[in-house]
Design a protein around this ligand. Structure first.
Ligand SMILES: [Zn+2]
Length: 71
């Protein structure tokens, strides 16, 4: 048997919580970024699920919600 073990350290999916990130209730939402530049946000309070796009800036992280255009 080979002594080396495989670990899932190469996972590119990251998940973090964004305080006051919910546009509906103002609660904390969970942001889960996926390989390919996409991301999903989920609010456990109001169950608001939305697609987001993450942009890295010098000052931090910008999250753009892929909301439908409000007329
Ligand atoms: Zn919410």
């Amino acid at each position: 048997m080979n002594a080396s073990t495989e670990k899932n350290t190469g996972d590119t999916v990251s998940e973090f919580t964004l305080p006051e990130g919910c546009m509906l209730c103002g609660g904390a939402v969970t942001i889960r970024s996926t390989p390919g530049g996409g991301a999903h946000s989920y609010c456990p309070h109001c169950h608001w699920l939305s697609r987001t796009r993450l942009r890295m800036h010098k000052g931090g992280l910008e999250i753009a919600y892929a909301t439908k255009a409000f007329a």
